[in-house]
Design a protein around this ligand. Structure first.
Ligand SMILES: CC(=O)SCCNC(=O)CCNC(=O)[C@H](O)C(C)(C)COP(=O)(O)OP(=O)(O)OC[C@H]1O[C@@H](n2cnc3c(N)ncnc32)[C@H](O)[C@@H]1OP(=O)(O)O
Ligand SMILES: O=C([O-])CC(=O)C(=O)O
Length: 386
């Protein structure tokens, strides 16, 4: 048995995969052989769904058929919608989403079928329903009326419409679509690893996704995009970002939206993509100061820490300008990542070996209850053993 221990499993190979790979040296995110950034500039999120599920980019007929399949699964269990209304107003929307994903599992007749074909169909159902949990979960918690999905809009257009309640402009839809591609898949982040670990027990795809939602909520992962926007709003103006960052750094605070386990001190190519999208959006919305503020922040972090922005840093202001409420930024990330996670669960089920690592034990040995006159039942709390 190897006793080599890597804290945080840094650089440990956890799986073989044909789905994606971060080629940091060449600054490329490889998605089934394609460059993710090139894809984001040339195809749509639906094409990525096809690519992830089938291994090849869909033809235009296949894309139409995929969109039809997705729309035919828009029906949503009314009881689950009613259940979403039970959450208090202060509920975190990632908790609502996690519960919604678990709840819809029971309505899937193929829940316990682990075949590739059934997993494919369940992935389509999840892709059809997760955006609805995101949008209507928000509406339930903020006591607004539910909104029905619209089949006359594109998959992406409908998702944005269900969030904002307004039919998006073409350019807004395109930017949102690009952001969904940027978030769609990223090799083996914590959430995908969590999903694969869960799937490796032969647990179902809904359970694996629910586990990924729980993982993604954390601010060291998906939750960073919400934290970034709160920081940018706290700053308010261009002149104030440098003092705020310097103050946070002097207090050894982590700055959300910077740094990355794999890219480390290199640029996240998706951040560059979203920075370009932000540049388009600020022109359209006459909000140029927001971009200037972000650029100053980027320069300060490079100068002070040698750190580069990750995707969340530029996706956050993009979502803000698209009219998405901050508390939905991480749920939207998860909705976009659903396809990546489904592809990983399918791959895990098809070629499975149970994840079961070992530990490097650092605790005591050879203790015996009879040698001690006390049993510790909680921190700082001792009870006489009689
Ligand atoms: C889409 C995504 O999920 S991308 C990730 C989103 N998360 C964030 O943006 C949160 C902010 N970033 C971070 O906390 C980190 O960069 C992580 C968690 C993403 C990666 O962290 P790790 O690979 O574990 O690196 P680790 O935490 O060991 O940091 C290494 C060093 O860089 C520093 N560092 C890393 N990120 C930051 C940051 N954002 N702000 C300030 N310092 C940072 C650490 O303090 C540490 O410094 P030290 O060696 O002097 O103590
Ligand atoms: O890869 C990671 O660790 C986190 C990340 O950027 C993502 O999930 O998109």
């Amino acid at each position: 048995m190897s006793t080599q221990y890597q804290p945080g499993l840094e650089n440990v190979i956890a799986s073989e995969t044909t789905i994606s790979y971060l080629d940091v040296e060449n600054e490329e995110i490889v998605l089934r052989g394609y460059n993710l950034i090139e894809l984001a500039k040339q195809v749509t999120y639906l094409d990525i769904v096809g690519l992830m599920l089938d291994g090849t980019l869909p033809t235009s007929d296949q894309r139409i058929s995929l969109e039809d399949q997705l729309k035919s699964e828009y029906d949503f269990p009314q009881d689950v919608l009613s259940m979403l209304k039970l959450f208090p107003e202060k509920a975190n929307l990632m908790d609502v989403l996690r519960t919604g994903v678990s709840a819809i599992a029971s309505y899937d007749d193929e829940l316990e079928d682990r075949s590739r074909e059934a997993n494919y169909r369940k992935s389509i159902r999840l892709l059809a329903k997760v955006p609805q949990i995101v949008a209507n979960g928000y509406r339930a918690v903020s006591k607004q009326p539910f909104v029905e999905p619209r089949k006359d809009l594109s998959y992406t257009g409908n998702f944005l419409y269900m969030i904002t309640g307004k039919e998006p402009m073409k350019m807004e839809e395109m930017v949102f679509d690009q952001s969904l591609i940027a978030y769609s898949e990223h090799e083996m982040p914590n959430s995908t690893f969590a999903a694969r670990v869960i799937a490796s027990t032969q647990a179902d795809i809904y359970g694996a996704l629910a586990g990924a939602v729980a993982s993604l909520k954390g601010t060291l992962h998906g939750g960073a995009n919400e934290a970034v926007m709160k920081m940018l709003l706290e700053v308010g103006s261009e002149a104030d970002i440098e003092p705020l960052l310097m103050d946070k750094l002097s207090r050894k605070e982590r700055i959300m939206g910077f740094g990355h386990r794999v890219y480390m001190k290199k640029v996240d190519p998706r951040a560059v993509l979203m920075k370009e999208a932000l540049a388009e959006l600020v022109k359209e919305k006459n909000q140029q100061e927001l971009l200037r503020m972000c650029v100053i922040g980027e320069e300060v972090m490079k100068r002070e820490k040698g750190l580069y922005p990750n995707l969340d840093y530029y996706a956050a202001p993009v979502y803000h300008l698209l009219g998405i409420p901050i508390e939905l930024f991480t749920p939207v990330f998860l909705a976009a990542r659903t396809i990546g996670i489904c592809a990983h669960v399918i791959e895990q089920h098809e070629n499975n070996r149970l994840f079961r690592p070992r530990v490097l034990y650092k605790g005591p040995r050879n203790l015996h209850p009879q040698d001690s006159s006390y049993i510790q039942i909680g921190e700082g709390e001792l009870n006489e053993h009689c």
